[in-house]
Design a protein around this ligand. Structure first.
Ligand SMILES: N[C@@H](CCC(=O)N[C@@H](CS)C(=O)NCC(=O)O)C(=O)O
Length: 104
């Protein structure tokens, strides 16, 4: 399973916009993942969080590059339309580019 390294939740909330974007995308894409809370961004290859350790041990940092990696390796393709009910529930910051993926 994908291991998602990110800062610990604060009062149950994800405080990193990049990690929140990635987690939201993972959920919408339906990809199972396991949270690995850490306070040490230095553990990642770019010295920042989030990063993932994929099933085969590949480590990928940067939320956008992680999404590109997962789209490529999981055979996902972007679909033209998003379900409006899902988009409305997303915070304004996360409305673009976070939804509309399906297995190709
Ligand atoms: N471009 C990166 C940015 C990641 C980023 O800036 N993460 C911040 C937390 S929101 C971080 O790890 N900061 C720690 C540091 O700079 O030492 C992404 O999209 O993942």
């Amino acid at each position: 399973m994908i291991k998602l390294h990110q800062f610990p939740l604060v009062f149950g909330r994800n405080v990193s916009p990049f990690a929140l974007k990635l987690e939201t995308w993972l959920r919408l894409a339906g990809l199972p993942y396991e949270l690995v809370p850490t306070r040490n961004p230095g553990q990642g290859p770019k010295g920042k969080l989030p990063f993932i350790v994929d099933d085969d041990g590949t480590v990928v940092a940067d939320s956008s590059l992680i999404i590109e990696h997962l789209v490529r390796t999981r055979g996902l393709m972007k679909v033209a339309r998003c379900r409006p009910s899902i988009v409305r529930r997303l915070p304004r910051f996360h409305r673009s580019g976070t939804c509309g993926y399906q297995v190709a």
